[in-house]
Design a protein around this ligand. Structure first.
Ligand code: ADP
Ligand code: MG
Length: 427
């Protein structure tokens, strides 16, 4: 265990290395370990003990006691994991070999994360339910002990009046709706290995080959993308980010063997996309320019149905539980797994990101920067989406996004007119 004084000295040294613990969430664990003078120990008490999933670049830590959380640790996991819970769960292991230490590593070593715990396989949700359920409750305000997931993909049920549509057309640059889908029988990215990742890629690329009509398209393996295709896809926000040390993937072990067996499918007009082996086995994405949320949602529903039908055709099954809905890596993406976002220019609110965050929060929305989670908002462009994924149907979540963003636009316009916003009235 480290003393507080030791941690501070370690932190100062890290700043000299160019890492800013406060804003970027800390450097990768191997650097922490080197800084501490002990290559096998993290700043927070994790030890490298040799995990079958280790690679040359990435080692999993084992925590023998409750990690030494600091006031930088913002995650629900860090707040909710008690010493008793830790003691009860620490020696458990799922069938694929995923442990509590594996599950919490990203939340411990990347202190700024909001959730801080990952599932390494389908079983993790049950094996570590003592901590998973409280985190789910805290994040979604949904109690898995008493509530059930619900689903409704009927886009015609959305209320999107012409006044709202006009505002969206004026402010929204592009609209995107995505969800997580995972293939039963394979470990999830944080707990998988080369064989598991390759198996998932095979199932999914075979599934995409079953897509027809509007959804028909092509699968590109990330490792073999031409530089031209890669920059086109990246510039248009179609491609996923290379994992940075600041996001959940790196310290969860989900970026091992990058970019092998990762890839992207898109239909011919690039409005339906599927990512393979990023944070989840599959992310299905519907996106287009402008603010026509109804159209984007209708296409999303058809990708979801197409993936379900296609995976059955190739003999696979998607992870799903009646209680928790679609299962995946992060508790924030359970249930519908749906995130409906608009990329929107907000020059006034951009002057006060804390206020924007507060306004979004009051409508159950989450603001992100213009290049994805934990990125900066460039040119006052924000990605604003629903925060919850479970406890509401897909229709209800998209509706909440429409109604909330409508209010955010009204707040932006009020500020632009020179008036001040009033808490309790405007948000
Ligand atoms: P997710 O986990 O939902 O896929 P990320 O925050 O990881 O979201 O971002 C993924 C990528 O999608 C980023 O490049 C982001 O800028 C892009 N993106 C998100 N929402 C939109 C949108 N409405 N329009 C265009 N691009 C978007
Ligand atoms: Mg993401």
């Amino acid at each position: 265990m480290f003393s507080r004084a030791f941690k501070l000295i370690g932190g100062a040294g890290l700043l000299a290395l160019g890492y800013d613990l406060a804003t970027k969430g800390g450097p990768p664990s191997d650097i922490l370990a080197k800084e501490s003078g002990n290559h096998n120990v993290s700043l927070y008490g994790g030890r490298i003990r040799g995990d079958p999933k280790d690679t040359a670049e990435f080692k999993y830590f084992t925590y023998d006691t409750l990690p030494a959380f600091t006031d930088k640790h913002r995650s629900l996991m860090a707040k909710l994991l008690t010493p008793e819970m830790f003691a009860r769960l620490k020696d458990r292991k799922t069938g694929s070999g995923y442990t509590l230490s594996n599950a919490i590593q990203t939340g411990v070593e990347t202190p700024h994360l909001g959730v801080g715990i990952t599932a390494g396989d389908e079983e993790s949700w049950e094996t570590f339910k003592d901590i998973m359920y409280p985190v789910i409750r805290g994040w979604h305000n949904f109690d898995p002990n008493t509530q059930f997931h619900k689903t409704d993909l009927d886009a015609s049920k959305l209320n999107f009046n012409s006044e709202q549509q006009d505002k969206f057309d004026q402010y929204v640059v592009s609209t995107r709706i995505r969800a997580a889908r995972n293939v039963s029988g394979f470990p999830l990215p944080a707990g998988t290995d080369v064989k598991g990742r390759a198996g998932v890629e095979k199932v999914l690329s075979d599934t995409f080959a079953c897509f027809s009509g509007d959804l028909k398209g092509k699968y590109y393996s990330l490792g073999s993308l031409s530089a031209e295709d890669e920059s086109f896809l990246r510039e248009n926000g179609f491609l996923f980010q290379k994992p940075k040390t600041t996001n959940l993937l790196t310290n969860a072990g989900a970026a091992r063997d990058w970019p092998n067996n990762r890839g992207i499918f898109h239909n011919d007009n690039r409005t339906a996309l599927c990512w393979v082996n990023e944070e989840d086995h599959c992310r299905i994405i519907s996106m287009q320019m402008g603010g026509n949320v109804q159209q984007v949602f209708a296409r999303f529903a058809s990708i979801s149905d197409g993936l379900q039908a296609g995976s059955e055709k190739v003999g696979a099954k998607l992870m799903y539980s009646d209680r928790l809905g679609f299962l995946g890596t992060c508790p924030s993406n359970l249930g519908t797994g749906l995130r409906a976002s608009v990329m929107i220019k907000l020059p006034e609110l951009n002057k006060d990101p804390a206020l924007l965050e507060k306004i979004c929060d009051s409508f159950d929305l989450q603001p992100r920067g213009s290049a994805g989670e934990h990125s900066a908002a460039v040119g006052a462009k924000w990605d604003i989406s629903n925060k919850q994924r479970i406890g509401f149907s897909e229709v209800e979540l998209v509706q909440k996004m429409i109604d909330g963003v409508d209010k955010v636009i009204k707040a932006e316009e009020k500020l632009a007119s020179g008036a001040a916003l009033v808490e309790g009235v405007d948000y």
